[in-house]
Design a protein around this ligand. Structure first.
Ligand code: THF
Length: 264
């Protein structure tokens, strides 16, 4: 994950001071991109310990079409609590848009089922897209989507994925986002009979919060370790049968976690 560390250093050194919605203040760059080779190991940061269980359950939660923190809580995950209302609801965020986008005449679109079907039926399609950015429903979301749109690309027997992220919290969120979409690429590849190849991560505003600067420097002083590997149950044939046990992480031996406060 040298690429991530290089980008972290670049944002730290070249980011422009910028005010933001949360009032904390950031150092920010616009239009950066990471191109991650998924055949060289799984891109889970080794220079600090990431909470893998939270990454997996959050993705399973999106894929269930769920937008209430209950399921996350049942699995001990609290990363969405700051934005939820008193009943744990987050409104029409990722899960709702991925699995039941509301269209005209009350018709809903299951974008995940659709994109899997298209990858199988028409792998050369240039429309293998899932969008969480639904302008008509932004006001019904606790937080407008940060990871806005992703596209798959089949170069048989490989599958690649590109994500456009409008806003990226480089110290806290981005390592989660990289792992989450890399895992999604592994999962979609498995159910489509393909091999994960590249994850390309494009950013709009990528920023380091002013209260994460010391943590970023600690991390940059650490030596990366060999990447872990992820194995998906080879019998998994549908995204709707997916469970935590279908995903196995092997060989993750990171440096210790580094605490940082999340900006709300
Ligand atoms: N808002 C901000 N400011 N940053 C984000 O990364 C972010 N998200 C989601 C929505 N809004 C965001 C929420 N995802 C953590 C990780 C991911 C989150 C929110 C918080 C976090 O605090 N991680 C800690 C420890 C987690 C734990 O142990 O419970 C970490 O050290 O990684 C990004 O999409």
């Amino acid at each position: 994950m040298q690429l991530y560390l290089q980008l972290l250093e670049k944002v730290l050194k070249q980011g422009i001071p910028k005010r933001d919605r949360t009032g904390i203040g950031t150092y920010s760059l616009f239009g950066e991109q990471l191109r991650i080779d998924l055949t060289q190991g799984f891109p889970l940061l080794t220079t600090k310990k990431l909470y893998w269980k939270a990454i997996v359950y959050e993705l399973l939660w999106f894929l269930r079409g769920d937008t209430n923190t209950r399921y996350l809580h049942q699995n001990g995950i609290t990363i969405w609590d700051e934005w939820a209302d008193e009943n744990g609801n987050l409104g029409r965020i990722y899960g709702a848009q991925w699995r039941s986008w509301r269209g005209a005449n009350g018709k809903t679109v299951d974008q995940i089922a659709w994109v899997i079907e298209q990858i199988k039926k028409d792998p050369d399609s240039r429309r293998l897209i899932v969008s969480a950015w639904n302008p008509a429903e932004l006001e019904q979301m606790a937080l407008p989507p940060c990871h806005v749109l992703f596209q798959f690309y089949v170069h048989y027997p490989y599958l690649s994925c590109k994500l456009y992220q409008r806003s990226g919290d480089i110290f806290l969120g981005v390592p989660f986002n990289i792992a989450s979409y890399s895992l999604l690429t592994h999962l979609i590849a498995q159910v489509c009979g393909l091999i994960p190849k590249e994850f390309i991560h494009s950013f709009g505003d990528i920023h380091l919060y002013a209260n994460h600067v010391d943590q970023a420097k600690i991390q940059l002083g650490r030596e990366p370790k060999p990447l872990p590997k992820v194995y998906i149950n080879p019998k998994l044939d549908s995204i709707d049968n997916l469970s935590f046990e279908d995903i196995e992480l092997e060989g993750y031996d990171p440096h210790p976690a580094i605490k940082a406060a999340v900006a709300v």
